[in-house]
Write a new protein. Structure first.
Lengths: 193, 625
């Protein structure tokens, strides 16, 4: 006599195999509509909610855009605005840890970098390090960089620039680059028109 | 294996799933962008700084602001392309489509149009518009930059597979050998071919992935998955030994171990080795009953004992299974009740990484073991549920972001109000100063003084520059001179006159000696007062101007703040409504899934009882099954 379960199991077994194959195989091949969808999704309802979410997201992007703009115009009007950016060009000889920024002998920001931010800088991103206000006239900016220099040694270097602030926004760029000939990093402050 | 928690296994399964989704439905991400080269607009660099950190929302907001303020004109086309990709990343397909279409309607560099076509192809594929996706792919004229090119090849093969053009898909994959994504595509193709009935060819592709060298967890998970699919495909063809070889390659501590152990047992049973089949099944039965493979093992173990003619053991194991299924069904009922009470999505999200940014790629890291989340790993493996959960999480993040926006707006409102108050306090004083300041009169006095000094200089009137003492002495001498005129002539008068002349001469000499210095000092003083008058005039003009512009500026800001606050207030309740709808929908899906699981358990329990009854029947009849 055959075991009663065997016949049922035989059928069920291959159903199981087919099912498991779909489960195993469907993960990638049907990424848009997985074969192991656990319950019948009310597609229309899902889509409706999804559309509502997308509409809300768009409105939130717009709201934040307008808020961002208002904040800048309110707190940093163009007539007094000064923005300091930081960029890295190649940066083989220097691994940035932190930067301290002084404007007219007053420390305005001190920034410690995460690995993720450093990577973003190396890939071509430019950080808006400081946004503030200055009256028209002559000013001095001093940036002090710390990190790891050539031969993995602690490295601290400053750079300074005297600049004239006129009526209108002033953009300054702190740029870290490589001085190939000397195998040393180079730090400069550059004015943008 | 039992030591490995289910949650961890689920997490790994989900990690593998998220990768799969990334392959098939990735939107823009950091890899998509070539090195930007020389940055000509710092604000564009700032957008990239956020983009490269996967902060898509922050990047998009900055991009829109800088574009509106025309601060990125040198990168206009790239920025437009990036904004389309960012909208895509946030799941806003319609907006992304609109941007790409607009971009392609304009003359743009080929590198930009190629990427726009790529994104359009990706959207087309995601939506199932394969012909459109194919057309967009055909319009790409040159290799795409960086990792995007291998993604393009993968997308091309996926589109071909979706159209069941397997031979061409295989050709595309052969051409893409070496790409990072090729193993995923080979797996896709293998599964698609098996499903289409071309078992030999499908298994060949799966075998190639299942035996590939691996260097990271993603590749290990993919290799496991390929071996699992291959093993079950071979089992289906009753090729037990080959299935054992494939399933044996699946790691015991990987996300697919349970299913592999189950299959391994069936493969051993297939080649009539129940004594070996029982080993993986017993191992599997140590796992938690949440897993379908573990549930199955509760039936498989007594089946193997029966095959080994150990009927007493088989009967005990069937009873054990019946009890376990009943207990599990009770736990499922608890979960259903908990989910119906609400809040289950928040419990799931509490287990998610807190710093994950808003966006399309967010995936759940692990499923918490609580009554309302215990059984949800099946749901979390479903694309629809994941999308719904991401939406819910995005909505919660949006609500928090909105709250911060409201706080900012309140602060800005206070600031503007304070400015207005200061302006009001200062206004009367300003008006008083303006009213009492007659700068023209001052200027006239200055001019008169200058004219007088000029006259003194022209006539060299040294006495005009005398000090007070000298002037008094000068007047005294004048009086003496007049008195002398009234004296009778004589020696005494002559002597007095001589003394008066000497004194006058001495005083005149002193005045003359000081004249030049005094004139210069006076001139300098006049110039200073002239400059002072001019400066006062400028200051007064600024005070007047401030009085005119300050109230207008603050009221302008106040209006904008009010409008933004109204928009924020409008969005808040709408977010809550949609979040509640989303939660309700997912709760329904979850309950349906749990009820399906209960039905499956009931079916297993019934099979166990039938088997038990058959064993008893056999025992009563004295037969051996």
């Amino acid at each position: 006599m055959r075991h009663p379960i065997e016949t049922r199991a035989g059928v069920r077994r291959w159903r199981l195999c087919a099912c498991a194959l779909l489960v195993a195989g469907g993960l990638l091949a049907a990424a848009r509509a997985p074969a192991n969808e656990p319950a019948a999704a009310p597609a229309g309802e899902l889509k409706g909610v999804d559309q509502d979410v997308q509409a809300l997201k768009k409105q939130l992007v717009d709201l934040n855009r307008d808020l961002f703009r208002l904040e800048e115009e309110l707190l940093y009007p163009a007539s007094t605005q000064v923005a300091v950016f930081l960029s890295v060009d190649v940066g083989t000889f220097f691994a940035l840890d932190s930067v301290t920024l002084t404007l007219d002998e007053k420390e305005v920001t001190s920034y410690l970098y995460t690995e993720r931010e450093v990577q973003a800088l190396h890939r071509g991103g430019v950080q808006k390090l400081y946004l503030g206000n200055l009256k028209a006239g002559e000013h001095e900016i001093v940036a002090t960089f710390t990190g790891r220099g050539p031969h993995e040694r602690d490295y601290r270097r400053g750079t300074t620039l005297k600049f004239e602030k006129a009526i209108g926004a002033k953009y300054l760029e702190l740029r870290i680059s490589d001085r190939e000939a000397a195998l040393q990093p180079q730090f400069v402050v550059r004015q943008w028109e | 294996m039992a030591a490995m928690s289910l949650a961890r296994r689920c997490a790994r399964l989900l990690a593998a799933l998220s990768l799969a989704a990334a392959v098939a439905s990735a939107a823009a991400d950091g890899r998509d962008l070539p090195p930007p080269g020389k940055i000509r607009d710092l604000d564009y660099g700032d957008v990239l700084f956020h983009f490269f950190q996967d902060d898509y929302f922050g990047a998009l907001v900055r991009l829109e602001v800088s574009r509106d303020l025309q601060r990125m004109d040198h990168h206009a086309a790239e920025a437009e392309l990036l904004s389309g990709g960012l909208y895509l990343s946030l799941g806003l397909h319609e907006e992304a489509l609109r941007i790409f279409d607009r971009l392609l309607a304009e003359p743009v560099p080929q590198s930009v149009s190629d990427r726009a076509h790529f994104y359009l192809a990706r959207i087309g594929y995601q939506r199932g518009y394969y012909a459109e996706a194919t057309r967009s792919l055909e319009r790409i004229r040159a290799p795409l930059p960086g990792a995007l090119e291998s993604e393009r090849r993968l997308l091309a093969s996926n589109v071909l597979m979706a159209q069941r053009r397997f031979v061409e898909a295989a050709g595309a994959l052969q051409a893409a050998a070496g790409d990072d994504w090729t193993p995923f595509a080979r797996f896709n193709l293998g599964v698609a071919l098996v499903r289409a009935g071309d078992l030999a060819e499908g298994r060949r592709w799966l075998e190639s992935v299942g035996t590939m060298p691996v260097g990271n967890d993603e590749q290990r998970a993919l290799r496991d998955r390929a071996n699992l699919a291959l093993g079950y495909s071979l089992l289906q063809s009753q090729a037990g030994d080959q299935a054992i070889a494939a399933l044996g390659r699946v790691r015991l501590d990987g996300p697919f171990s349970n299913r592999a152990l189950l299959g391994l047992g069936w493969a051993e049973a297939d080649v009539r080795r129940p004594e070996r089949a029982i080993v993986p099944w017993l191992e599997l039965r140590e796992g938690r009953l949440l897993d379908a493979a573990v549930q199955e093992s509760f039936l498989a173990v007594p089946y193997a004992y029966a095959q080994l003619a150990s009927n007493g053991q088989a009967a005990r194991q069937y009873r054990f299974a019946v009890d376990a299924y009943a207990a599990e069904a009770g736990r499922i009922d608890e979960s259903i009740a908990a989910i119906r009470q609400g809040g289950f999505l928040d419990a799931i999200l509490a287990a998610a990484p807190q710093d994950a940014p808003i966006g399309w790629f967010w995936q759940l890291g692990q499923a918490p073991d609580a009554p309302h989340t215990r059984y949800l790993y099946h749901l979390l493996a479903s694309h629809g549920f994941q999308e719904g959960l991401k939406n819910y999480r995005d909505l919660r993040l949006m609500q928090r972001g909105l709250e911060r926006s409201r706080e900012s707006l309140t602060a800005f409102g206070d600031m503007v109000e304070a400015r207005e108050q200061v302006a009001e306090i200062r206004a009367p004083r300003r008006d008083e100063v303006l009213a009492n300041t007659d700068l023209d009169a001052l200027a006239r006095r200055q001019a008169a003084l200058a004219e007088r000094v000029e006259g003194i200089a022209a006539t060299r009137d040294v006495a005009a520059l005398a000090t007070e003492t000298e002037a008094r002495q000068w007047a005294t001498l004048a009086k003496i001179e007049a008195s002398l005129g009234r004296l009778p002539a004589g020696a005494q008068r002559a002597e007095l006159a001589e003394r008066e002349r000497l004194l006058r001469g001495t005083l005149l000499w002193q005045l003359d000696a000081q004249y030049k210095v005094r004139l210069q000092r006076l001139g300098a003083g006049l110039r200073d007062t002239g400059a002072g008058v001019e400066e006062a005039r400028e200051r007064l003009a600024r005070v007047e101007q401030a009085g005119e512009t300050a109230p207008r500026d603050t009221s302008g800001f106040a209006g904008r703040i009010d409008a933004l606050a109204r928009r924020a207030d409008d969005l808040g309740p709408r977010i809550d409504v949609v979040a509640a709808a989303q939660e309700g929908l997912l709760a329904r899906l979850a309950v349906e899934e749990l009820e399906a699981q209960k039905r499956r358990l009931a079916s297993y329990a019934m099979q166990a009882q039938f088997a038990l009854a058959a064993l008893y029947d056999g025992a009563t009849a004295g037969t051996t099954p």
